[in-house]
Design a binder for this molecule. Structure first.
Ligand code: SAM
Length: 446
């Protein structure tokens, strides 16, 4: 591993707040942690130590091969850095509406978004956004597999959110940063770091928050986080937001393992004191006044046709509390209670995932989509075949093989330990593997 940059050693050594343990701890092995999806059947993690600042989360004794764990591909758990799970404590301590409208602005690959989705557990709605197109696709996959219908994935620049005036109760900005918290495991982060890069990051972070500020309601909360330790990207940015955008820092009481920021602003997970790679998080309440909340415009519904007769969908998808739209040949399900808000987002942003894809219209009926099967809220009881680990991995690899003869023909869900992995189309002596090509395991599974 390359050495720390000299300027980094100098600033950390002179910074009483960080403590001497930090440099030593940054050379040690990082803890491994996961967060369970409480709405799905997960592998058994009960023999591991629970993480006290996040629901359903554990430190693992050793790193398993996630790729070779079939239930990982079904969105039943998410490997996530433990420090960043402190977001759960913060969310639970804020006074947000029962059904909040939430934006996760810098969301890929989806760690915070899946945590927020579990926190909401079907309440309100979540817009998970990522500006970089390739990363937005990974975000889409993780959100789809986590299985909530009240989530939308967008691929927009922060400035595009300016159009959604006063739309969100809560905005999470997990900002791109100089990544001092990545020094433990990422040599590249050590090489890239410089004081000049820190100031470039500060400028970018301020631009991002300023761009999205208009979309936050007056009285709403901005949760700002980074995985870095220097004051410029953290406490100084919080002060800048308060003074320039019109907000007030909110103190959230923390556990002893987390460390208050400089001058008491924000909370740090600091390696050596907290079991984390490094994390900073602060809450700012918006105090500046706002005009009227964005409303549905004339271009809404463009390309979308409402499905009035839902009879053909019966048995495929739970019909209660859902509205259905057809887009090209695809059937989409959105929560009826949020129809207007979904349409506002559809009208103003570049959508990657809008509700749940139920399937495609075909001459012989519906071709069900993987997205539907992943959605624990909407899926029905389908004909199934449960596979043991070896065959489950073959299925996830995209292979096809002989099945027991008593399995019905047509669309059948493949499960492992009772949890859905994907669809097959059984045609008697063989089956077509419908597991999406882009999700397939590429490594040798022998
Ligand atoms: N929140 C994510 C999670 O928990 O999985 C991690 C987000 S990562 C710290 C920061 C994200 O910001 C990256 O996905 C990156 O692509 C995105 N990003 C980079 N530059 C950006 C910009 N100028 N505006 C908005 N997002 C940006």
């Amino acid at each position: 591993m390359v050495n720390f940059p000299d300027d980094f050693i100098k600033y950390v050594s002179n910074d009483e707040h960080l403590g001497k343990e930090l440099l030593k701890a940054l050379d040690e092995v990082a803890p491994i942690s996961i967060r369970k999806n409480p709405r799905k059947i997960t592998p058994n993690f009960e023999n591991n130590r629970m993480i006290e600042w996040c629901k359903d989360a554990y430190f693992l004794k050793e790193r398993p091969s996630f790729t070779l764990t079939p239930l990982f591909h079904a969105g039943t758990f998410y490997p996530q850095e433990a420090g960043s799970m402190f977001l759960d404590t913060i969310l639970r301590s804020l006074d947000v509406p029962t059904n909040p409208v939430v934006l996760d602005l810098c969301a890929a690959p989806g760690g915070k978004s899946t945590l927020i989705a579990s926190f909401l557990d079907g309440r309100g709605m979540l817009v998970a956004n990522e500006v970089i197109n390739q990363r937005a696709k990974v975000l889409r996959e993780n959100i789809s597999k986590w299985g909530y219908a009240n989530t939308i994935v967008t691929n927009n620049d922060p400035s595009d959110f300016n159009r959604l005036e006063g739309f969100f109760d809560l905005v999470v900005v997990d900002a791109p940063c100089s990544g001092e918290g990545m020094f433990r495991k990422d040599e590249h982060a050590r090489n890239e770091w410089s004081l000049q890069n820190v100031s470039l990051c500060v400028g970018r972070q301020r631009r991002i928050v300023a761009d999205v500020w208009n979309s936050l309601k007056e009285g709403g909360y901005l949760i700002y986080s980074t995985c870095t330790f220097n004051p410029h990207e953290n406490e100084e940015n919080v002060k800048w937001i308060e003074e320039n955008l019109g907000g007030q820092y909110i103190d959230v009481s923390t556990l002893n393992t987390f460390v208050k920021g400089r001058n008491g602003v924000g909370n740090y997970g600091i390696p050596g004191r907290t079991e984390t790679e490094g994390f900073y998080i602060a809450v700012i309440q918006k105090t500046s006044e706002l005009g009227k909340r964005v409303t549905l415009g004339k271009n809404a519904n463009k390309g979308l046709l409402r499905i009035k007769d839902t009879t053909p969908l019966k048995g495929w998808v739970k019909l209660e509390n859902s509205s259905f739209f057809s887009w090209n040949n695809t059937i989409l399900d959105i929560p009826t209670a949020w129809e207007k808000d979904y349409l506002i987002v559809q009208e103003n942003l570049h959508i990657i995932k809008w509700g749940v894809v139920v399937g495609e219209h075909a001459r012989k009926g519906l071709i069900p989509d993987h997205d539907l099967l992943m959605c624990h809220q909407l899926r029905e009881n389908y004909a199934s075949v449960d596979l043991q680990e070896k065959e489950a991995l073959q299925y996830l690899h995209g292979d096809t093989f002989a099945l027991e003869s008593n399995i019905s023909n047509g669309f059948v869900q493949v499960t492992h330990e009772g949890e859905s992995l994907g669809w097959i189309k059984n045609i008697g002596n063989r089956f077509n593997n419908l597991y999406p090509k882009e999700y397939r395991i590429r490594m040798n599974i022998q």
